[in-house]
Design a protein around this ligand. Structure first.
Ligand code: GTB
Length: 219
């Protein structure tokens, strides 16, 4: 059964692959599962039909027969548990990979999201310039710790896993800030993720939505 995911009809990132459908697309590509995409407008996301799938009126969602899921991390884990490619067979290694999935979402992503809030929602406040260095330093703390753990390894815990998929996805949100370049080993780690054929296919698919929209607007 071909699953269906939802994604922005008009992504505010203009095809940079920063919206969270990208993580789900990447996971689907890694496990080689074909999927359909339903594009939703901002208005449609808040309508009852979409809220029946996603209580918070957001993307992505995931439908597979009777199963409806939301939360990109839960969807990625669901795919990793049911298809080979994103979790090791060994139970201990599996638990470690899942640990990294949660670390990406619960420990590394929150300070990065703070940066987006500081820039997009608080940039015009009188205290914004004073707060920004604090926000950046909180991210640097996490990046330094992650960098120390990664050392000269290619991936966080042995072979590439759903933990790396999520960590790379989270770190990618820092690209526009330039912060990643302060940690060359992490920049190289992210580049390894981006070089994976499955990542490239997922990126191209979400970019095609934007370029299709841009072309349609020109007509
Ligand atoms: N925890 C949820 C998950 O992981 O699935 C978070 C889902 C979420 O935040 N979805 C966002 C959404 O639907 C899209 S990804 N927002 C609309 C709304 O809440 O009304 C967040 C996002 C948006 C835009 C950019 N961008 O432009 O760069 C990047 C990321």
């Amino acid at each position: 059964m071909t699953p269906t995911i939802t994604a922005f009809e008009n992504s505010p990132d203009r095809g940079q692959g920063l919206a969270r459908d990208m993580r789900v697309r990447w996971a689907l590509e890694e496990v080689a599962l074909p999927y359909d995409v339903r594009l939703v407008s901002f208005a449609a996301m808040k309508a009852p039909e979409h809220r029946a799938l996603h209580p918070f009126g957001q993307i992505p969602t995931y439908e597979e027969g009777d199963l409806v899921m939301f939360e990109s991390g839960a969807i990625a884990l669901h795919l990793a548990e049911r298809h080979p490619g994103l979790l090791p067979d060994d139970a201990t290694a599996r638990a470690r990979a899942i640990t990294w999935l949660f670390a990406a979402l619960n420990t590394v992503e929150p300070p990065i999201l703070e940066l987006q809030t500081a820039k997009l929602l608080e940039g015009d406040k009188s205290w914004s310039a004073q707060r920004m260095p604090l926000v950046l330093d909180r991210i640097r703390v996490r990046l330094k710790e992650l960098c120390a753990y990664l050392g000269d390894a290619d991936w966080l815990d042995g072979a590439f896993s759903v933990g790396d998929l999520m960590m790379v996805s989270v770190l990618l949100r820092l690209k526009p800030s330039g912060l990643l370049n302060e940690f060359p080993a992490l920049a190289a780690y992210v580049a390894r993720g981006e070089a994976r054929p499955a990542y490239k296919r997922a990126f191209a698919a979400q970019l095609a939505v934007f370029t299709g929209q841009a072309a349609a607007h020109k007509e």
